[in-house]
Design a protein around this ligand. Structure first.
Ligand SMILES: Nc1nc2c(ncn2[C@@H]2O[C@H](COP(=O)(O)OP(=O)(O)OP(=O)(O)O)[C@@H](O)[C@H]2O)c(=O)[nH]1
Ligand SMILES: [Mg+2]
Ligand SMILES: [Zn+2]
Length: 308
């Protein structure tokens, strides 16, 4: 029996890291498939597993998935009851955004952040491609930074063309397992190649016509970094569905809204148009950013976020 960690999962095949940097392809023992989680994938990237080696084929058979510290889910489709585990056992998530090429929507950022809050995984924001920014983009960048820094999310500016702040990121990721998420084309995979040029992972320029990425990375994959740490590259997402969240608890995951909500007149206040709502009051005074409140309203309005 060996212990390993799942680097990549493609359907029913798993790439597993074990021992002192050894890798092996594994499959699952039949009955593992139907256990506990109602997810489309029983085993995810980052899972700690036990497996047996079949010496004839030099492949492994996974016999057990060890307890997960945490995980991040995404609904497979809008209407699907099933969800997919993107990754398990992560210490922190980085949302990579860009002001242009492509333009990341604020609501997308907020949907991501509330999911991270709900899964209790610390989140930070990377703003990439700063080499492309003119005055308009820099103004917007500063505005977004001020909103998110104000509510306690670190924002790290990055350019992989120049490159700047790569060392800062390495420092933040050292000794940890980090997941990088974001729209297609923002530069997630380019960052991994910058960390470890030997990886030579596939990247592609964003489309001239749509100014969007081309969904080059197709499966989440964990990579061991030369600076002692694991980083999980993920496929670009268009939207982040609110998974397993009741309507009346959505505001719990907007940090600043939750904090002020304690002062609302009614303790079942949903901060829509109730009298004596401290949240609306704070929005009017500018203590809560209007853009954040707008994201909240849109999410409350119905979960019309697009799922990839
Ligand atoms: N100008 C500029 N281009 C960058 C920067 N970072 C990445 N790019 C380019 O952006 C394009 C998309 O990069 P990828 O790394 O493939 O993006 P991704 O986020 O992995 O995209 P998906 O795998 O589709 O989700 C590539 O052409 C990169 O060279 C940057 O800091 N500045
Ligand atoms: Mg990629
Ligand atoms: Zn209220």
């Amino acid at each position: 029996m060996e212990k390993g960690i799942v680097l990549k999962s493609t359907g029913s095949r798993y790439r597993v890291l074990f021992g002192e940097g050894k890798r092996i392809n594994c499959s699952i023992k039949g009955k593992l498939r139907i256990k506990e989680f109602r997810t489309t994938n029983p085993i995810a990237v980052g899972d700690n597993i036990l497996f047996e080696i079949d010496t004839k084929t030099n492949t492994g058979i996974i016999t057990e998935v060890l307890d997960r510290k945490n995980w991040i889910l995404r609904k497979a489709t809008n209407l699907s009851k099933h969800s997919q585990i993107i990754a398990a056992n992560i210490d922190q998530v980085f949302l990579m955004i860009t002001i242009i090429l492509p333009e990341t929507q604020v609501e997308f950022i907020d949907r991501f952040l509330i999911a991270a809050e709900a899964y209790r995984v610390p989140a930070k924001i990377i703003i990439n491609k700063t080499d492309l920014y003119g005055e308009t983009e820099l103004t917007k960048l500063e505005y977004l930074e001020s909103i998110y820094k104000n509510i306690g999310y670190d924002c790290i500016r990055l350019s992989l063309k120049e490159p700047t702040n790569l060392e800062v990121l390495k420092q933040l990721m050292r000794g940890k397992t980090s997941l990088i998420s974001g729209n297609s084309g923002v530069g997630k995979t380019t960052l991994l190649n910058a960390f470890d040029p030997l990886l030579k992972l596939k990247t592609a320029e964003i489309s001239d016509y749509h100014k969007q990425g081309k969904h080059i990375t197709t499966f989440p994959e964990m990579h061991q970094m030369p600076f002692d740490g694991y980083v999980i590259d993920t496929p670009g997402i268009r939207g982040f569905g609110v998974v397993d969240m009741e309507r009346n608890e959505i505001y719990h995951f907007f940090r600043e809204i939750f904090k002020i909500s304690k002062e609302c007149r009614f303790n079942n206040c949903l901060h829509l148009d109730e009298p004596g709502c401290a949240v609306r009051n704070a929005v009017e005074k500018g203590d809560i950013a209007f853009l954040r409140y707008k994201s909240y309203l849109n999410i409350m309005d119905g979960d019309n976020g697009k799922y990839r």
